[in-house]
Design a protein around this ligand. Structure first.
Ligand code: NAD
Length: 353
């Protein structure tokens, strides 16, 4: 049994689906169901006794203590977070509350639980914290990619809150001896991605004839990884990572935002041509840049590759085809997200509010 937090969100739901398919080991899924938590992501697990869903906050000590007591998980994987940079600019408070205070409370519950375990269980236990490459700040065009020893220099309230949580996780290993692992991953894309993020936003807006907004000059460079490859990296780190270590996870796919949008438009032209026969990239609209927008992120993922033998399966070309196809195949999921109906789904399925 493992406890996974935030697994009604984009990456967490992909992780749980993948985990149950690969290992079969049961999962307790603790998710607060913020706007980003979508139980419809887990629809295919309905009736699967290996998946126990609990609606709640990682910062709720009494609830988390009880879950650890009842289920005695051998590992905790922490995805729960506020994750959208733009929202952190307009309202940083929630980011501090969940990403910093929430992670702290979760670590406190884990510390109490772990301290009471016998020696063998203590040694086997893992707390895996899922984090981002954004903690390292921004790179110039010729700078070497981020390694695990690149100093933290977060520039947005989101990345600062994630950097804080990474530091806390590290401290709980060095101070209390808890066997923690941290992964710092680049931008993910794939199924179940909330359409406020670049790739799903472009797909959904393009199909609905809306503008495709590009911040500034669109030359901001990011590394991109197909979400299932991120899930396999987390599985691998959980299985073989060294407690106390951090692992950078990336796709060796550096690309400017405008290139990404052009590629998505070209795939839509191929899969679902516009009724008027014109290309989707006609809908691209440049908008005022995000304040403090980082120029470039790049990940050096050699450590996880050489030490743990992990590498991604998808290229950007293969992963983005699957992603665009998934959105075309799942109009109901998109419609429910846009109408807000996904928020009601939990009541009918799990009996929770
Ligand atoms: P998401 O916003 O799609 O999902 C976050 C989930 O956490 C939601 O289901 C939400 O309901 C839940 N949640 C929020 N606050 C909570 C709380 N206090 N208690 C319990 N649950 C809570 O995010 P995502 O894109 O799936 O990212 C998951 C994790 O991976 C985050 O920690 C993020 O920082 C990290 N990450 C994301 C990316 C990316 O490209 N999306 C890349 C690297 C790392």
């Amino acid at each position: 049994m493992i406890l996974v937090t935030g697994a009604a969100g984009f990456i967490g739901s992909n992780f749980v689906i993948d985990w149950l398919a690969q290992s079969g080991e049961a999962v307790v899924n603790l998710d607060k169901l913020t706007y980003a938590g979508n139980p419809e992501n887990l629809k295919n697990l309905q009736g699967d006794a290996r998946h126990v869903f609990v609606q709640g906050d990682i910062g709720d000590r009494a609830l988390v203590d009880q879950l650890l007591k009842d289920h005695a998980p051998r590992a905790v994987v922490n995805f729960a977070a506020e994750s959208h940079v733009d929202r952190s600019i307009h309202g940083p408070g929630e980011f501090i509350q969940t990403n910093v205070v929430g992670t702290f409370n979760l670590l406190e519950s884990v510390r109490a639980h772990w301290t009471a375990l016998g020696d063998a269980d203590k040694a086997a236990f893992r707390f895996l914290h899922v984090s981002t490459d954004e903690v390292y700040g921004t790179l110039g065009p010729d700078d070497a990619p981020f390694t695990e020893t690149t100093p933290f220099a977060p520039n947005s309230p989101y990345s600062a809150s994630k950097a804080s949580s990474d530091h806390l996780v590290r401290a709980y290993h060095h101070t209390y001896g808890i066997p923690v692992l941290t992964t710092n991953c680049s931008n993910n894309y794939g199924p179940y991605h909330f359409p406020e993020k670049l790739i799903p936003l472009v797909i959904v807006n393009a199909l609905q004839g809306k503008p495709l907004p590009i911040y500034g000059d669109g030359q901001q460079v990011r590394d991109w990884l197909f979400v299932k490859d991120h899930c396999s990296a987390i599985r691998r780190v959980l299985e073989a990572g060294q407690p106390g270590e951090t692992y950078n996870v990336g796709g060796w796919n550096e690309m400017a935002n405008i290139e990404i949008v052009q590629k998505v438009c070209a795939l839509l032209d191929e899969f679902r041509p516009r009724a008027d026969g014109k290309p989707y990239n006609e809908q691209i609209t440049y908008v005022k840049d995000r304040p403090g927008h980082d120029r470039r992120y790049a990940i050096d993922a050699r450590k996880i590759h050489t030490e743990l033998g992990w590498k991604p399966v998808e290229t950007f070309e293969s992963g983005i085809r699957k992603t665009v196809q998934w959105y075309l195949d799942n109009p109901e999921w998109v419609a429910h997200v846009q109408s807000g109906a996904y928020r009601n789904w939990i009541g009918t399925q799990y009996g929770a509010a």
